[in-house]
Design a binder for this molecule. Structure first.
Ligand SMILES: *[C@@H]1O[C@H](CO)[C@@H](O)[C@H](O)[C@H]1NC(C)=O
Ligand SMILES: *[C@@H]1O[C@H](CO)[C@@H](O)[C@H](O)[C@H]1NC(C)=O
Length: 324
């Protein structure tokens, strides 16, 4: 069946319990119709708008364009740009399948309404994240390819692939490949930051591919995370790590050989919470949910693709060159 079925509340009443989450309609699909609109907590993010923008082919041009905001198109792999700060109302997107940064990264700090899309980022400057979002709202990270050199070398030389901290809120991360590194995506940088982060860090992750990453896929302190229709393969230590009272809802995702695919009692003084719904755990995958969460509905409509087909789907539709 490849047709899109809208599950209404009336239809849901006829379905087995657990198939419908509440008053917000969820659509069910079978991986055949990717929808590249921004969905989830980051919905409404418009970035730099719809203009044709500025195309940049050097680090200096990129840095200058970033200070102006608007639409910025990175053409080719730019080397050694360092950390480029993005301001409010900016879209930075790659041209074609092979544009982005090596030896650089993006920081969104104290900003709102930013889109980062269609780029390969690899090898951040020492001690930095490839993408760092802090004190910011409405950010959409889409169709990116984020990696370093593998689970090898100094664990802390490169920091995270995508870290979201300091009360950032209303973010969506979609159709992105996270691979070949120690540390994936950290939400909430410290157990000690409850006062700043509690009630913030609402993030939706969907249609992402996480492979050969040691841990933090994501690791969530305090936040509220909805993760669906994603593919995990060969992550040797932990996948979704809910800590410090975080609430995580994980649905229709496929986990192959991911130790502790979902875990709630690792690494922090206080456990997190999780709800696991309609996931597939295969190979050597394990899970450990000590506290069942209360996040069972989200305040938006979304389309779930089935866990059984989602790995093939993200291999075709996530990463660069799809929305060039
Ligand atoms: C894609 O998703 C957007 C946002 O949810 C929605 O408005 C739009 O109708 C969807 N398109 C299709 C073809 O389903
Ligand atoms: C937590 O956030 C506040 C506000 O930004 C900051 O002043 C404080 O230093 C942070 N604490 C830690 C442990 O990072």
């Amino acid at each position: 069946m490849h047709s899109l079925t809208l599950i209404t509340a009336a239809a849901a009443a006829l379905m087995p319990s657990g198939a419908f989450a509440g008053p917000v309609a969820r659509a069910a699909a079978n991986c055949a119709s990717p929808n590249y609109s921004v969905v989830g907590y980051g919905a409404g993010t418009t970035g730099g708008g719809s203009g044709s923008g500025t195309t940049v082919t050097s680090c200096s041009a990129l840095t200058t364009a970033a200070k102006a905001g608007g639409v910025i198109k990175v053409s080719g792999i730019l080397s050694g740009c360092g950390i480029v700060d993005l301001k409010s109302s900016t879209t930075v997107t790659g041209v074609g399948a092979n544009s982005g940064l090596t030896g650089g990264g993006f920081r969104v700090k104290g900003a709102s309404n930013v889109i980062i899309r269609n780029m390969k980022l690899k090898n951040s400057p020492e001690g930095k994240d490839l993408i760092e979002i802090q004190k910011s709202t409405k950010v959409w990270v889409d169709h990116m390819d984020l990696s370093n050199n593998g689970i090898t070398g100094d664990k802390d030389y490169y920091d995270g692939l995508l870290d979201i901290t300091h009360a950032s809120d209303f973010i969506t991360v979609s159709y992105t490949k996270f691979h070949d590194h120690w540390k994936g995506s950290l939400l909430g940088h410290s157990d000690s930051n409850a006062s700043e982060d509690t009630g913030k860090l609402h993030v939706t992750y969907h249609h992402n591919h996480f492979y050969n990453v040691n841990s933090r896929l994501p690791s969530v302190r305090f936040g509220t995370v909805h993760l669906y229709s994603s593919c995990y393969e060969g992550n040797p230590t932990s996948g979704i790590n809910s800590r410090m009272g975080a609430q995580v809802l994980v649905e229709q995702s496929y986990f192959a050989d991911t130790k502790l695919a979902i875990v709630t009692d690792l690494d922090s003084d206080q456990d997190g919470y999780a709800v696991s719904r309609d996931n597939v755990f295969a190979g050597s995958t394990t899970t450990r949910i000590t506290k069942t969460g209360s996040l069972t509905t989200v305040p938006y409509s979304y389309t779930l693709d089935s866990a059984s087909c989602v790995c093939n789907m993200v291999k075709s539709y996530a990463g660069t060159g799809i929305v060039a």
